[in-house]
Design a protein around this ligand. Structure first.
Ligand code: NAD
Length: 264
């Protein structure tokens, strides 16, 4: 790599396996010389995350369940044992009951609504506040969103409502933290086959639809999200904050796909 992230230290949250969007991002950052710490949810995932982290030169792993304030505090205590400052944070975490990622949004339960908002939205704000306290020289934060925040997509349901709130929180955080030289952005990724995505109803159909109807006529990869994350997390993105950046083969700009036989 060109060393765009040389001397930069950052936390990656949400790596589960080598299909994770967090893995595409981590590889792009490590390739440019970044030093990475990884948080994982529970001991079962540690066994998967440890060898991946090692592959890109990191042995800095810390447990964190973002639904628990004490666990987030413990994560940052853990980070401070090795690093006295942070340059960036990647939040690639979301969760909802998969039984409600199909059928009608109207049937979302109160319990699942609150849990989805807690894990998928509030956690970014909770992390941002603590990370900002470790960024005396400024920094950059990134979270992951989806077009279901802006338009109704089949089966996305309560997660769409959560992503809309997440995107709004990115704007409010960008304003709060901007005066400290901290930038806050999100990437709105097109559909990618990951563990989390496989919980969404008809996901293979959604992938195919995006492939057929996006301007680039294909889906995006974890590595492509990684390259755009590198831009937002490095000095290449120094003038950008509060943004929702689409990495979706252009799908979000299409109103209606051109028809091949227009003589209707
Ligand atoms: P993934 O399953 O690889 O990652 C999801 C991660 O969330 C996992 O590492 C999981 O451990 C973590 N997580 C869930 N609950 C947690 C908790 N309570 N505490 C800590 N961690 C928790 O799937 P992914 O698709 O890479 O998802 C990453 C992000 O990208 C999510 O926010 C997702 O909504 C978003 N996204 C995904 C797609 C897609 O099509 N895959 C598209 C746009 C946005």
């Amino acid at each position: 790599g060109m060393g765009l992230m040389k001397g930069r230290r950052g936390l990656i949250m949400g790596l589960a396996n080598d299909k994770s969007i967090a893995w595409g991002i981590a590889k792009a950052l490590a390739d440019q010389g970044a030093e990475l710490a990884f948080s994982y949810q529970g001991e079962a995932l540690k066994r998967r995350v440890e060898p991946l982290a090692a592959e890109i030169g990191s042995d800095f792993l810390a447990e964190c369940d973002v639904s628990d304030e004490a666990s987030i505090d413990a994560l940052f205590d853990n980070i401070r044992t090795r690093w006295d400052s942070l340059d960036f944070v990647v939040h690639a975490i979301g969760f909802s009951d998969k039984d409600q990622l199909r059928g009608r949004y109207a049937d979302t339960t109160r319990d699942n609504f609150l849990m989805t908002m807690d894990i998928s939205v509030y956690s970014f704000t909770a992390v941002a506040r603590r990370a900002a306290a470790m960024m005396p020289n400024g920094g950059s934060m990134l979270t992951m969103t989806y077009y279901g925040a802006e338009r109704v997509m089949p089966h996305y349901n309560v997660m769409g409502v959560a992503k809309a709130a997440l995107e709004a929180s990115v704007r409010y955080l960008a304003e709060d933290l901007g005066k400290d030289g901290i930038r806050v952005n999100s990437i709105s990724a097109g559909p990618i086959k990951t563990l989390a995505a496989s919980g969404i109803g008809d996901f293979r159909y959604i992938l195919k639809w995006n492939e057929l109807n996006s301007p680039l006529r294909r889906n995006v990869s974890q590595d492509e999200v990684g390259k755009s994350a590198l831009y937002l997390l490095s000095d290449l993105g120094s003038g950008v904050t509060g943004e929702t950046h689409h990495v979706d083969s252009g799908y979000h700009i299409v109103g209606m796909k051109a028809v091949d036989a227009p003589d209707i």
